[in-house]
Design a protein around this ligand. Structure first.
Ligand SMILES: CC(C)(COP(=O)(O)OP(=O)(O)OC[C@H]1O[C@@H](n2cnc3c(N)ncnc32)[C@H](O)[C@@H]1OP(=O)(O)O)[C@@H](O)C(=O)NCCC(=O)NCCS
Length: 188
């Protein structure tokens, strides 16, 4: 059952998640796997979106995730999530990740990313409407406007890729990959 209140504050669904980076999270190089952080980001995005929508949500898309600093075992990772933008059934959740090294007293920005979550009916799996967003600060207003712009860009990008795929042509593809790091070898 979807919450019927028309508008909800950003604050009411904000989430903070802290997790200690244990040795089992490490890759062969001793750093934390990027996938561990992605999984935590997906978890907090769901919690934030479902709290806003009071409904079951799915991850529709994840914007590019650029890890600007590696995370070490023993560090404390903190994720901050907030609903930036709300459409009819979709919500853009902004996630900021930082990691803290207690011994060196250093806090690093790990990454910021945007997850699009869609509220769906649990049985039909069809999108359902979500409450609007009550914008109470200049920052919330700015984030909403930016979220709307990103939604438009994502939609345009998806359309462009679909169109490009339809118009692929072997002769042109061969020209396109000239000078690229690949070699053509016919299957035997
Ligand atoms: C996301 C999903 C519910 C959209 O369903 P749909 O029938 O295409 O829905 P619509 O085209 O009506 O779009 C519904 C909303 O989702 C948004 N949306 C759809 N596909 C999207 C995408 N790829 N990226 C971002 N937003 C998307 C639309 O913009 C729309 O937003 P709005 O209601 O706020 O305007 C459907 O594609 C789905 O269930 N995908 C699988 C999700 C999943 O299983 N995730 C976990 C993977 S393990």
């Amino acid at each position: 059952m979807v919450d019927s209140s028309p508008f909800k504050s950003v604050q009411s669904s904000q989430v903070i998640l802290k997790e200690l980076m244990v040795p089992s999270y490490a890759n062969f190089g001793g750093k934390v796997h990027g996938g561990v952080l992605l999984s935590l980001m997906d978890k907090i995005a769901y919690t934030c979106a479902a709290t806003h929508a009071k409904a079951y949500c799915v991850t529709a898309s994840v914007d590019s995730v650029d890890f600007v600093n590696p995370v070490e075992v023993g560090e404390l990772v903190t994720l901050f999530a907030s609903v930036n933008y709300v459409g009819k059934s979709s919500m853009e959740v902004g996630i900021k990740v930082i990691s803290e090294d207690f011994k060196k007293d250093v806090v690093k920005h790990t990454n910021t990313s945007y997850f699009t979550m869609v509220a769906v009916d649990e049985e039909t799996k069809k999108p359902v409407p979500v409450p609007g967003l009550l914008l109470e600060t200049d920052q919330e207003l700015r984030r909403f406007v930016m979220g709307k712009l990103r939604k438009q860009l994502r939609t345009a990008h998806r359309k462009e890729i679909t169109q490009l795929r339809k118009t692929l042509d072997k002769t042109r593809e061969l020209q396109e990959i000239e000078g690229e790091n690949c070699r053509l070898q016919e299957a035997t």
